[in-house]
Write a protein that binds this ligand. Structure first.
Ligand code: DGY
Length: 331
């Protein structure tokens, strides 16, 4: 089935070339004055548009997807993670969901390396010192961090992004890489760099740096809970550029205050944009506002992937990145 003269609801501004291309496809609606969408705005989009173009920051509840009448038949998400959409309910009500995998792998891996470097080398503290006008000059013992090369990096989740981080760490920074993955990793994914498999609990105990790269699912909710955080090696650091819900943030703040953790680099939080005070108060934590894929090139590529999904949907073709779809039942 094809859709002519579609209505597209954009929850946010996208790169201008992408917005122009979206406007070429049909009529574009958006939240009033482009404010960050409220739940009512999202409901309005579902009720009045054929396609809702959404982001990780737009959280849909089962109740919202079950709303009737609903005109939307595609939720085209601008991003790879789809934990903001209840996929089983989308399938149940016949709402297709698409995402943009692959195109943000390198940017997110780069950002992960930036977090590793910033945390180990205390860049946040240094930047704050200079900005505050409190730097009194070079000192042999000022803001000493730790060498990156030779450190053991434990990667939790060796998917696309975890693999890209492993490659950078092993080939570019001379780190020793180990990984925990729920399924065996095909040998071709490991070509060109060294990484050894390791059970999760052992990885936590034996890594200098643990970097999370698993998706947010019910199975990974608080995967790093108090017990696991307390198992981590004394003086180690935790990096999270995946999803905030994978870590118990209260237990993380405790592990940073009283050990065993020496630092953390966080790009994601459980209840964004809320960042717990307990983390903001700690100098040894580098905090970023979910910048993993935030480069011009990557955001345009994500937009191109969204467009490809929407074009296929409108022409009745198979979507290149379909996450969920089951036609609504006829009963
Ligand atoms: C994603 O794509 O899931 C990121 O978190 C947003 O870039």
């Amino acid at each position: 089935m094809t859709v002519s003269h579609p209505i597209l609801y954009l929850t946010r501004h996208f790169p201008s070339s992408i917005e122009t291309a979206l406007a070429d496809l049909g009529e574009v609606l958006h939240p009033p004055e482009w404010r960050p969408p409220t739940a009512d705005d999202l409901l309005g989009g579902l009720a009045g548009a054929d396609v809702v173009v959404c982001t990780v920051a737009d959280r849909f509840t089962p109740h919202m997807l079950r709303q009737v009448p609903r005109q939307a038949r595609l939720l085209a998400s601008f991003g790879v993670g789809v934990d903001h959409i209840p996929l089983a309910v989308a399938e149940e009500v016949g709402l297709a969901v698409s995402n943009t995998p692959g195109v943000l792998t390198e940017a997110t891996a780069d950002l992960t390396m930036a977090l590793i470097l910033a945390t180990l080398r205390r860049l946040g503290e240094g930047e704050r010192l200079v900005r505050a006008g409190q730097w009194t000059g070079w000192e042999p013992t000022q803001l000493l961090g730790r060498d990156v090369s030779g450190r053991v990096l434990g990667i939790v989740g060796l998917g696309r992004i975890g693999t890209a981080v492993a490659r950078r760490a092993s080939c570019g920074f001379g780190m020793r890489v180990q990984y925990a993955n729920p399924r065996p990793v095909p040998p071709e994914s490991l070509s060109g760099f060294e990484a050894t498999p390791c059970p999760l609990d052992e990885l936590l105990q034996t890594s200098d740096i643990v970097s999370l790269h698993c998706p947010a699912t019910p199975e990974t909710y608080h995967l790093l809970d108090r017990t696991r955080l307390q198992q981590m090696a004394p003086g180690s650091i935790l990096i999270n550029a995946a999803r905030g819900s994978i870590v118990d943030e209260r237990a993380l703040a405790e592990a940073l205050r009283t050990g065993p953790l020496a630092g953390a680099g966080l790009d994601v939080f459980e209840h964004e944009p809320e960042v717990p005070d307990a983390l903001r108060q700690l100098d040894q934590v580098v905090l970023l506002p979910h910048l993993g894929s935030a480069t011009v090139e990557t955001r345009v590529a994500m937009g191109e992937a969204v467009l490809a999904n929407i074009r296929a949907f409108l022409q009745g073709d198979r979507l290149p990145h379909l996450v969920a779809h089951r036609p609504p039942s006829l009963s």
